[in-house]
Design a protein around this ligand. Structure first.
Ligand code: FAD
Length: 546
């Protein structure tokens, strides 16, 4: 049997390696138009930033090592320019020739291309995407040649990794993002903390504005923004998203949806004998059911392994699962991570949900070095099914998001989070881990023990409710919501008559620093007959979201 794989990096090389492990007799050919296969694309920003000094360290395997270890016939510099699914042949162009290559099974893992918006001047030699080792090397060369100013277009995960890398190298970096906050998949109130960290690193953040032109100069370029700003740039990193790289295969009649290859539960395409995986395929969102391409290494690599199973062990292969969409990024000293659906996706999906904000310590607060995790969870309003989570903090973020990603994959409800036995010793966690706490608080919301209100309701509430700030007097003095009344939570039980008078029949909306003390206050007030609620996430969330 001859298995041909197009694309020898994320999904493609996983398929090739698994196929060999399952079948010593198969002929396995990997075609890639690039210079390298099996390279660590995810490591490119770290080479740019100097943490991975040598570009060669990004080359996980070479055609020679793959031949030796797995007997793979890896052909770099070979671009697939045509596909005939009836004849089961590919047209392949290389520097030497254009040839026809037949297959019994074909795996398409061509990945995605960087989106190039129609901005005049983007073809400047100083503007570059960050997708290949050659891109990283070229950008690094500009840094080594003394570049002083950089503009990164796009504040997604890769854009921010590039921005941090360039700031580490001493450049004055400006990040330009069309959306109103950095890391658009994250909620605004979480992303705000990342913006603050970028600014701490010296990066200038410009959100809610488009780049309209890149003007080439003799010594540097100027990036022009829609508001008229002019940003000097010795280099421009273009990172505004990707789109599936599927034209050749769509032209051959392979079914696509929004440019991505349509696959069934086993990665099979519309053509017999043709499978597809990775960034080039359309995924079904495990939470909302929405269909969209997902450009993440984990799903691509795992799907590659599964389609090899389906090719060589038909009938017994595990299906390729719907995508939960878990992602993490380091920005300076912060980690930001997300799993499952965000607020916008849930609204678009018409799903009724609650959102809860928490700011627990990443390990026991009394143990030295405790850091706050800023955590948001979304859960289904009727039954508490966990739908999504995001977190930002200096420590322990990736662990909590991975636990919550597992919980989403397992179809857990928030009550199940209370029951998770998570590892605890003071340097690592808490007897009530942040994940347990999230489950407890969310269960309180579901059963009505905790009634919450949200920062975005503040403007409309101010006129109709008494905003009761239950922090200490000292905290209140450092800044508070205009018109709010301060009654520290420790005094509340003795001052209920005063609160009743101030409320004058209006609801009471309590707030504190993080939501813990206002929860206590809410319980006191609710049991005293008030129409009360506690601000989700307290002033920390309120300030971040404004
Ligand atoms: P790719 O790995 O992109 O491989 C596609 C290959 O197909 C390419 O080598 C291409 O040359 C080749 N090809 C395409 N068309 C043809 C053709 N017609 N003929 C021959 N060859 C062809 N994901 C994460 O989850 N975490 C991260 O931290 C992360 N960081 C990233 C950082 C950067 C800078 C980049 C660029 C990506 C990052 N990703 C990350 C995304 C991750 O790399 C991709 O999701 C993953 O590589 C997708 O695998 P794939 O097999 O679908 O495509």
């Amino acid at each position: 049997m001859r298995i041909v794989i197009v694309g020898g990096v994320g999904g493609g090389m996983s398929a090739a390696a698994r196929a060999r492990r399952l079948d010593e007799s198969a002929e396995i050919i990997v075609l890639d138009r690039g210079e390298h296969v099996s390279f660590a694309g995810c490591g490119l920003p770290y080479h740019l930033g100097g943490e991975i000094e040598e570009a060669d360290d990004l080359l996980v395997q070479t055609p020679e090592s793959l031949r030796a270890a797995l007997d793979l016939d890896v052909r770099t510099g070979h671009e697939v320019i045509g596909l005939d699914t009836a004849a089961q042949t590919l047209t392949v162009r290389s520097a030497a020739a254009t040839e026809t290559v037949g297959y019994d099974a074909l795996v398409l893992s061509p990945g995605a291309r960087a989106v190039r918006p129609p901005i005049p001047g983007l073809d400047s030699p100083r503007a570059r995407t960050l997708r290949t080792v050659a891109d990283a090397t070229a950008l690094r060369q500009r840094v080594d040649d003394g570049a002083g100013h950089a503009v990164v277009l796009g504040a997604g995960f890769i854009g921010l990794e590039a921005a941090e890398a360039l700031a580490r190298q001493g450049l004055a970096v400006t990040v330009v993002e069309l959306a109103d906050h950095v890391l658009p998949p994250l909620e605004r109130e979480v992303a705000a903390l990342v913006t603050a960290e970028l600014e701490r690193l010296g990066v200038t953040v410009r959100t809610g504005v488009a780049a309209t032109a890149v003007e080439a100069g003799d010594t540097d370029d100027v990036v022009v923004l829609a508001d008229g700003s002019r940003l000097p740039a010795d280099l421009v990193v273009l990172s505004v998203g990707v789109r599936p790289d599927t034209e050749v295969f769509a032209a051959a009649g392979i079914e696509t949806e929004r440019g991505a290859i349509v696959v069934d539960a086993h990665g099979r395409t519309s053509a017999d004998g043709v499978w597809a995986v990775g960034d080039a395929t359309i995924s079904t969102d495990a939470v909302t059911g929405a269909r969209r391409p997902v450009a993440l290494a984990g799903p691509a690599n795992r799907a590659g392994r599964l389609v090899a199973d389906d090719i060589l062990r038909p009938g017994s292969a595990r299906p390729v699962p719907a995508t939960v969409g878990t992602a993490v990024v380091r920005v300076g000293e912060l980690t930001a991570a997300t799993t499952g659906a965000n607020r916008a996706a849930l609204r678009a999906g018409g799903i009724a949900f609650h959102t809860l904000h928490l700011h627990p310590s990443h390990h026991a607060g009394w143990f030295p070095g405790a850091e706050q995790i800023h955590l948001v969870i979304h859960f289904r309003a009727d039954d508490g099914l966990l739908l999504g989570a995001q977190a930002v903090g200096r420590a322990g973020v990736d662990k909590r998001i991975d636990v919550l990603a597992t919980a989403i994959r397992a179809g857990m409800e928030v009550g199940d989070l209370i029951d998770l036995d998570l590892a605890y010793a003071p340097p690592y966690g808490a007897a009530k881990d942040p994940v347990n706490l999230a489950g407890m608080a969310a269960s309180n919301v579901l059963d009505g023990t905790l009634r919450i209100w949200h920062a975005e309701e503040l403007d409309s509430l101010r006129a109709q409710a008494l905003v009761l700030d239950v922090r200490s007097r000292a905290e209140f003095a450092t800044g508070h919501v205009p018109g709010s009344v301060n009654v520290p939570h420790t005094e509340l039980r003795g001052r209920l008559a005063e609160v009743r008078g101030a409320a004058a029949g209006r609801p009471v909306r309590a707030l504190c620093g993080s939501g813990v003390r206002s929860h206590i206050a809410h319980r006191v007030l609710a049991q005293a007959g008030f129409d009360s609620a506690s601000l989700s996430g307290g002033m920390l969330t309120l300030r971040a979201g404004l």
